[in-house]
Every structure is written in C-alpha cells, then in structure tokens.
Design a binder for this molecule. Structure first.
Ligand code: GSH
Length: 227
C-alpha cells in the first residue's frame, strides 16, 4: 500500500496533484496530512521527505519526493496515469512539465485557497500571460484529443497537474474563454476533486503565511471554510 504525505488541502497545490491522480484512477493509498505551521516547515517535513517538502510518496522502502517524479513512478505500475495514445501522451507530458516548471506569476499572485473567493486588486501583464497560456493549452488539448479531459476521454496526470489551477480559477475568477471555463466546470464536478474540496472546506487549521499572501493580493469576498 502506498503512503502519500500531503499538507493542508485548502492551500497545498503540489499535494493535490498526486492525491487527485491516485483517487481519480482508483489507486489505493494511505494519506498522511501534515499541517503547515507558519514559517518554514522544511525541518519537520524532513522526517518523511529528504527535501523537506510535500507531496512525498512512500512505497515500502522507496521514497519519491516530487510530484512529477511521483506521477512517473506510478506510471510504471499503473498504465492509466498517462494517455494510451503516443501523441496524446507526449503532449500530456509536455503540458505537465510546463506546469511543473513555469507559471511563476500565477503561483505568486494566486496562491491556492480552495475555500475562499478573492477579488484580485488587479491582473498584471505577467499574470494575464500565464492565464492566456493556460487557456491556450486547455483549448488545444481538448480540441486535438477530443476531450472532455485535456488529453482525451480519460482523466490522466496532465489533468492532475492542472487541478490546482482549476481551484485558482474558481477562487480568483480568472478570465478564461468559454471552452476553458467548460473544462474547469468539468474538473470541479469530478468526484475526486469534490472529495478534496469538501475536505478543504472542513479544515479549521489556518496558516498565517498563506492567509497573509492571499490578503495581500485582493479582497476576500467569501470564505466557505469551517470556522
Ligand atoms: N517540486 C516539488 C515542490 C513541492 C513544494 O514546493 N511543496 C511545498 C508545499 S505545497 C512545501 O512542501 N513547502 C514546505 C515549506 O517550504 O515549508 C513537487 O513538485 O513536489
């Protein structure tokens, strides 16, 4: 049985990727939720991950400590992680890698907070460019591979990598085309996404660093999290 270490479901975008992938694919795992405690969590997290970060997957003695590496590790035993079609698989890997190594403005300005609705003070050109590229990718993938998911008929790792963006779209009401909005709606209705979202809303722990980051970029219009 796999063990997946993650952090607060409300905030931890990197944790969401392998969690939603494994849930959507029906891969059984035990979840260990480690709460953020303000400041750096790295020393505490080093108890289970050599880099002191979440997510981290344990499979007996094997430790895999990066979300993309986790997806690739799972793919060796679970064929459904990536699309079956070779061209769709290459595209899905590129799009997941692009998310893994880019979109700095989106990460910096729109920190994931599933349970809140935030009106941004403004959308600067760098953020607009990131949102535009996401729209382009989502529209291209669904157009090329027939949808409704990014690389074809099934939920695969590339959808898991964009799952945190879907929650950000909902939180910050990011400007997307109708086709990209339709994909976000599809993802928000997925049972694995709903399970994560419901658990995020039920969390009562708050991390001051995340809360400060969110308050700095906009006005919180609604907060659906448990008090
Ligand atoms: N490249 C890593 C990044 C993981 C990451 O940055 N995780 C953050 C939380 S979402 C973390 O553990 N931060 C702990 C800290 O810095 O205190 C991955 O893909 O897994």
């Amino acid at each position: 049985m796999y063990t997946l270490y993650i952090a607060n479901k409300n905030y931890s975008s990197w944790s969401l990727r392998p969690w939603v992938l494994m849930r959507a694919l029906g891969v059984p795992f035990e979840e260990r939720l480690m709460l953020f405690e303000g400041g750096s969590n790295r020393e505490r997290f080093r108890a289970f991950a050599p880099n002191g970060r979440v997510p981290c997957l344990h499979d007996a003695d094997t430790v895999v400590w990066d979300s993309l590496a986790i997806a690739e590790y799972l793919a060796e035993s679970h064929a459904a992680v990536w699309p079956a079609d070779r061209i769709a698989r290459a595209w899905a890997r590129c799009a997941a890698a692009e998310m893994h190594s880019g979109f700095d403005a989106l990460r910096a300005r729109c920190s994931m907070t599933c349970g809140q609705r935030v009106e941004l003070r403004g959308i600067d050109p760098a953020l607009l460019a990131d949102v535009g590229r996401i729209d382009e990718l989502w529209t291209e993938g669904r157009g090329r591979f027939g949808g409704p998911y990014l690389a074809g008929p099934a939920f695969t790792a590339v959808d898991a990598f964009y799952a945190p963006v879907v929650f950000r779209v909902q939180t910050y009401d990011l400007p997307l085309s109708d086709s990209a909005c339709a994909y976000a709606d599809l993802m928000l209705a997925h049972p694995a996404m709903r399970e994560w979202y419901d658990a995020a809303l039920a969390e009562t722990a708050r991390d001051n660093d995340h809360e400060r980051e969110i308050a700095a970029v906009g006005t919180v219009r609604a907060d659906y999290r448990a008090a």
